[in-house]
Structures are given as C-alpha cells and as structure tokens.
Write a protein that binds this ligand. Structure first.
Ligand code: DAH
Length: 341
C-alpha cells in the first residue's frame, strides 16, 4: 500500500505539473481526490491491513492527500497568474502610437461675419430675432407701406406660394420690423438676420437666395443721428477705426427719409480703384427713419415714437470682410475655398 501511495503521489505531481489550465486541474482533482478517485480507492482497501499498520498508513495517506492538495493549489495560482499575464499582453494598448488625426471643420466665413456683426449689435443692447422665411404678403409688403400694385410686388421678382399672392418666400428681412413692433413695446432694439429669396439669375453678385440682416430701433426721440452713429460703430468695428461712411438719399417705401449707406473704399481711400469700380465708395446697406405709416400699421403712435431701420446684405458684407470676389464661392461649399478662412 505504501508503494501504491508513493506511486499516486508521484504520478499526481507529474500530471499536475503538466496541466495546462484550470479545467485540466479540476479534472485531475476529481480523478485523484474525488469520491471515485485513485486515492480514495486505495483508502478503501485500508480495512484489509493488519490493525497495527493502519495508523501509519492512514497518516501517510493524509500526508499524500495534503501534498497533492498543496501542489494543486500552487498550480491553480500559477495558472491564473499566467492567464492574467496572457490577457494583459493580448489587451495591451500602445499609448505611444500616434492617433488618427480628426479633420476639424470651422464656421463658414459668412457666418463668421454674421457672428461679428451680432456681437457688435448685442454690445449696443440689440436683441437677436429669428423669423419665418415663408411670409405673408401683408408683412413682407402691405404693412411695410408697399401697397398692392407697387412694382416691388411684381410676380417676376417674387416667389409667391399662393395663387392670390398672399403667401410668399420673403424678399427681404424687413417684415421682421413688423413682427417685432407687433410683439414688443418700445423701446425696441432688434437685429434679425436670415435668408431672403428673389427671382434672380445666378451670377458673380446675384443669387435667388441670399441673406440680409435687418435692424430696427424704436423709442422716444430717435433721430437720423442715432442711425448714423450706430452704423458708424458697426463699420468701424468691422473694417477698422479709420473707416468713413456716407449717407446718400434714396427711396424705400417703409422709411422716410431713406438713404443708402456707403463706406469709403478701404483700398484707395476714396481715390477710385478696381475694388470700388473707380467710385471711391462701396455701397453697404439701405436704411432710413421708420415711416410714420409703418409705425401706425403696428399700433405705435408716430407722434410719440420714432425709429430707424436698416437692411444689410450679409454676403456682400462677408465678401468685403474676407476679400471674396465672387458670390457663388459663398454657396458652393468647396472645402478648398472654405478652409482658407
Ligand atoms: N429691405 C431693403 C431691401 O431689401 C433694405 C432696407 C432698406 C431695409 C431700408 C431697411 C431699410 O430696414 O430701412 O432692399
């Protein structure tokens, strides 16, 4: 029996050393120490031994079992350490490998110019408004003192959406003046940028869709001097402190008096050059004092309040700001062009 036990110990130790993983270890444990295992089988024959040999054999069997269990435990922790090492090696991340560069975009130059303009006006206490592109003719024209039959309402210029010409794609952001005056009480200081639509052929300076920025101020005692000061602040912030503007008489149905505002050419300072087409001045926007009828149309008493309004072409402003020569470049979304700004 002694030899049997020695034999079991020796072969168990060898087998345990060979076991490659946890399931193999478990199988060995069952095979050797389990209820039907080799060691158990030997112990069952103990009864056949002479009584005086039993204690020594019993002790030896216990020692063999303890040795095997100890080795089993050792192998178990060796194998789990090995498994952990293998897992760590397999999942290793090399933090020194350079990352894949992410191409980051940026704002469109026109929206950069718009953001600059917004900042300037917010600094002067203006509120930014957004309004519908599908507009009522009543707001786009009638309440802006542009009655039925006015040439501006012509079918050849305007995208009408209703047979009776009552609904259209707004041709200007000026209807936002009406919406602001109907929704707010003076003092009003708003800036309303947005898309406008006209039946224009595409060329270097025209597009059937473009953007305007509408401005409106209504309060007691507002004069043309406030208009000029406000626009001067805008132009100096956008184009530099030495910029000069001039107001030129013009006509708009919803302002009286009305003007167009030019900025002195920043290339030639009024001398005349290709940038300003020899004029010395570059047209920037339309403006004027809000017509008393327009105030009345919105329930504001023109004897108590006055106001000024202006409308800036955003593309034109951005083209000047970034020296872009062709309007189409703004809309084509060619990355090679856009990434320059
Ligand atoms: N809405 C005009 C246009 O599209 C521009 C304009 C002129 C707006 C005078 C105004 C203004 O607010 O006072 O041509």
């Amino acid at each position: 029996m002694k030899e049997q036990l020695e034999q079991i110990r020796a072969s168990a130790m060898a087998a345990l050393d060979q076991a490659a993983d946890a399931p193999a270890l478990e199988a060995l444990r069952v095979k050797i120490l389990g209820k039907k295992g080799e060691l158990t089988a030997v112990l069952k024959t103990m009864g056949a031994l002479p009584a005086e040999e039993r204690p020594a054999m019993g002790q030896m069997a216990n020692t063999v079992r303890a040795d095997i269990e100890k080795r089993l435990e050792q192998r178990r922790s060796e194998l789990s350490a090995q498994a952990l090492q293998a897992k760590l090696r397999a999942e290793a991340v090399d933090v020194t490998i350079p990352g894949q560069p992410v191409q980051q975009g940026h704002k469109h130059p026109m929206y950069k110019a718009l953001d600059e303009a917004k900042e300037i006006f917010i600094g002067m206490g203006f509120q930014i408004l957004d309004g519908p592109e599908v507009e009522l003719a009543e707001y786009n024209f009638t309440k802006l003192n542009t009655e039925e039959g006015h040439p501006a309402r012509d079918w050849s210029d305007t995208f009408y959406l209703a047979e009776d010409s009552s609904v259209l794609l707004r041709t200007q952001t000026s209807p936002m003046q009406i919406r602001a005056m109907e929704a707010m009480k003076p003092p009003i200081r708003i800036l309303a940028p947005g898309r406008v639509f006209r039946k224009d052929e595409v060329d270097a300076t025209h597009s059937p869709m473009f953007h305007q920025i509408e401005g409106l101020v209504v309060d007691k005692g507002i004069t043309m001097a406030d208009l000029k000061g406000t626009l001067e602040t805008l132009v100096k912030s956008l184009y530099g402190e030495d910029s000069v503007i001039r107001l030129r008489p013009h006509h708009f149905p919803f302002t009286e008096p009305s003007c167009e505002v030019d900025v002195q050419c920043f290339k030639c300072h009024g001398e005349g050059c290709p940038t300003c087409k020899g004029e010395g001045w570059i047209e920037l926007l339309g403006a004027g004092m809000v017509h008393p009828k327009v105030l009345e149309n919105c329930g504001i008493d023109p004897n108590e309040y006055s106001g000024f309004a202006f409308g800036i072409g955003l593309e034109r402003m951005a083209m000047r700001r970034f020296q872009i020569s062709d309007l189409r470049l703004i809309f084509e979304n060619d990355i090679r062009f856009l990434s320059q700004f």
